[in-house]
Ligand binder design. Structure first.
Ligand code: AMP
Length: 392
């Protein structure tokens, strides 16, 4: 029994075949550089695997090659053991507060939401259409990054902008990374053995977001209409005065596409240091690079600002959890962030923080006022489980 989880990007398809009950990753792979001169396909199944170098003209050819690799290398997708296909979709707007079985009307909704998720939804849609055509006998389920945040109260989801314009153009805070925040906050409840928790989840990867979760429901999150709002990220500004847009348009003559590229791809750690990867920034800082040292401080400052705000919004705080690439692996970042909260009695054990592990773990000392944890995220498993629960 397994679920094929597909994440279709504009020039890539990533996939994992997962047993949703045990969490076992049966097979995985990716198609890269679709539509470019040199493509790459990699499929792994246990000890077996195959890599193919060569142009992949479009998503259809990519998916067809992947399906033939499943039959050639294994495991077969045609023997009936695959129960569902779970597709990750970034933007579900106000229409989806949970997973949905794909039919033509769901496809049409995802298409309609492309202006709100221009970097992601069109690519997801291509992947969904190709997969539905090639695997017509398996139910296809879409799992939205925004769904977990449909529970946000209006006071958190509403921007203070002209109501008519907001309604007409569906301007609202939808959040993102919801599958990760939901999965991780659920694991924290299991680990601490309590559902009645006021939690902050810090998803700190190349994209970064923070959520406030009360008794299992999200009440705040840092990403907004798009994944640009909030924390400082690898290449994105996070929060910035929107007047910077007007100022640069007027004084630097930048057009809207240049500004979009600057804010989404040329800012964050990349804009401050020239590097978007946290490890590269840490290396620069260790060499004494002043821009990198300052960038790391800006980065931690923004996270701490959100922790304070969210603790106030929830009227208290029981747990802070780090997840995703830097959250799970960067002990210096965790020490910096938690160190800034010492005045509130939040404390972690330095040895536990420094220990390298892939397991979920508690870092806080017994006398800490707030539990501090690291919980590796697993968005693919969460998508597989949501897809399975829907088709069951
Ligand atoms: P993600 O988007 O979740 O894959 O996370 C990617 C980010 O995690 C990149 O900025 C990486 O540099 C960062 N990262 C991964 N491993 C480490 C590590 N050991 N120390 C610091 N940052 C890390």
């Amino acid at each position: 029994m397994s679920v094929l989880v597909i994440n279709s990007g504009s020039s890539s398809i990533k996939y994992k075949l997962i047993n949703p009950s045990s969490g076992e990753e049966v097979a995985s792979g990716l198609v890269e550089r679709i539509g470019e001169e040199t493509g790459h396909i990699k499929h792994e199944y246990g000890e077996k695997g195959r890599e193919i170098d060569g142009p992949v003209p479009d998503h259809t050819v990519g998916m067809e090659t992947v399906l033939s690799l499943f039959e050639e290398i294994g495991p077969s997708l045609t023997d009936g053991s695959i129960k569902a296909i779970g597709h990750r979709v970034v933007q579900g707007g106000k229409y989806f507060d949970g997973p949905a079985l794909v039919d033509d009307s769901v496809e049409a909704r995802i298409e309609q939401l492309c202006p709100l998720g221009p970097l992601h939804n069109p690519a997801h849609l291509i992947g969904i259409r190709v997969a539905r055509r090639l695997l017509p006998n398996v139910p296809h389920v879409v799992v939205f990054d925004t769904a977990f945040f449909q529970s946000l109260p209006d006071e958190a989801a509403t921007y203070a902008i002209d109501r008519e314009i907001a309604e007409k153009h569906e301007i609202r805070r939808y959040g993102a990374h919801g599958t990760s925040h939901q999965y991780v906050s659920g694991r924290v409840s299991e680990i601490l053995g309590r559902d009645d928790l006021r939690q902050i989840v810090l998803h700190i990867g190349n994209g970064a977001s923070v959520s406030a979760v009360v008794n299992g429901s999200a009440v705040e999150t840092s990403m907004g209409l798009t994944p640009l709002e909030g924390l400082v990220m690898g290449t994105r500004t996070g929060d910035i005065d929107p007047a910077v847009v007007f100022h640069l348009a007027r004084t630097a003559g930048m057009d809207i596409d240049e500004l979009d590229t600057l804010f989404n791809r040329g800012s964050g750690l990349k804009g401050l240091t020239g590097q978007n990867d946290m490890r590269a920034v840490r290396t620069l800082a260790a060499e004494g690079d002043e821009n990198a040292i300052e960038a790391l401080a800006v980065y931690a400052h923004r996270i701490v600002k959100y922790i304070g705000a969210y603790a106030a919004i929830m009227g208290g705080l029981d747990a802070i959890t780090f997840t995703a690439g830097a959250g799970e692996n960067d002990a210096d970042l965790r020490a910096d962030v938690i160190g800034r909260l010492a005045g509130f009695g939040v404390k972690i054990n330095a040895d536990l923080n420094a220990a390298r592990s892939k397991e979920p773990r508690i870092l806080s000392t017994p006398d800490s006022t707030v539990a501090v944890l690291v919980v590796p995220t697993n968005e693919e498993l969460a998508i597989a489980r949501q897809a399975m629960s829907l088709v069951e």
